[in-house]
Ligand binder design. Structure first.
Ligand code: ATP
Ligand code: MG
Length: 302
């Protein structure tokens, strides 16, 4: 049997990969965030509502605006970020052998995902919570991120280990909630909102994904009935950021590893709204950096 052979080999790429007993299982203190100006977590609690899509869409738009952007795939047992961004290589160790170089998309987004260190493996990771915790922390701290304006964290469904680890380790400056346009989804997302509030993570607002479909001749079809995103957000006590339509090209681009290329006016608008809200929160403690290539303001007193 192929057993754990491909998995074991790849996992050794991660310097602090958890040992069989889940080393470091309960060390969920804060991690060093000095190289990242703002951390944004994308969460829903519910599966399949478009967290990964929204994370990719926001990251791509932030990058198009000229910012240094990283994406951390915190879905360690069902990672998809490397796949949808088409970064299939195994990451290299840094020259000192102490860290991993993040992978880079064609557009210049830095990515780290468990899929990258288990790339050739079809073996599922049968990990209990402490190992998930340890792996997420390892993916973040063992990666030699460059100075980033924004680190976006794509979370798996659920309200347990992964989001708890991210909230405690990375203290996100903002959280975006994603729901599908159904009451069932919104009920689960409401729990994720409560979770974020419990961890005092600032909620930027709710995005309703797959809210409607626009036909080629412009007609809008409310596939799941009239949009209730605003109503859902109000019930959760969070701002409503907006609704995204079903994009017919999205799954094909994701499957082809080219999701970064997806762009829509409504997506751009939403991303800009998210970024401005995030900046308002994150600039309180850290100075705001201008886009790469943009003239930097003179240093105070100079
Ligand atoms: N607005 C959209 N238009 C068209 N397809 C979409 C849209 N949003 C997501 N999808 C597709 O729906 C599927 C699920 O989306 P995605 O993987 O982003 O959900 P998720 O919430 O991250 O799922 P999981 O809980 O498994 O992590 C994917 O195939 C994705 O390409
Ligand atoms: Mg996902």
């Amino acid at each position: 049997m192929g057993q754990a052979e491909p998995l074991g080999d790849r996992l050794r790429v991660l310097p602090s990969a958890p040992g069989p007993a889940g080393d470091g299982a309960f060390s969920i203190g804060p991690l060093d965030r000095s190289r990242v100006r703002a951390v944004l977590a994308v969460i829903s609690g519910k599966g399949g509502v478009g967290k990964t899509f929204v994370t990719a869409l926001l990251a791509a738009e932030f990058r198009r605006e000229g910012f240094e952007v990283g994406v951390l795939d915190a879905d360690v047992t069902g990672p998809s970020m490397a796949r949808v961004f088409g970064v299939g290589d195994v990451p290299k160790l840094t020259a000192d052998g102490l860290s991993i170089e993040p992978l880079r998309t064609r557009g210049g987004i830095f990515v780290m995902s468990m899929a990258s260190v288990t790339a050739a493996s079809k073996v599922p990771l049968l990990w209990r919570g402490p190992m998930v915790n340890s792996a997420i922390r390892g993916l973040y701290k063992d990666t030699r991120w460059p100075s980033l304006d924004y680190l976006l964290v794509d979370l798996p469904p659920g309200t347990s280990d992964a989001p708890m680890t991210v909230f405690q380790s990375l203290s996100p400056d903002g959280v975006v909630l994603v729901t599908a346009p159904t009451g069932l989804s919104a009920e689960v997302v409401a729990k994720a909102a409560l979770m974020a509030k419990t961890f005092r993570a600032p909620i930027l607002g709710l995005i309703e994904n797959m809210a409607y479909l626009v036909c080629p001749h412009g007609e809008q079809i409310d596939v799941f009935g009239p949009s209730r995103g605003s109503e859902y957000a109000q019930a959760m006590g969070v701002p409503y950021l907006g609704s995204l339509p079903l994009g017919t090209g999205v799954p094909a681009l994701a499957d082809a590893g080219r999701l970064e290329e997806f762009q829509s006016p409504v997506g751009d608008l939403l991303a800009r709204r998210v970024r401005l809200l995030l900046d308002r929160l994150s600039s309180a403690g850290r100075p705001s950096a201008p886009p790469a290539g943009a003239p930097r303001p003179p240093a105070p007193g100079g």
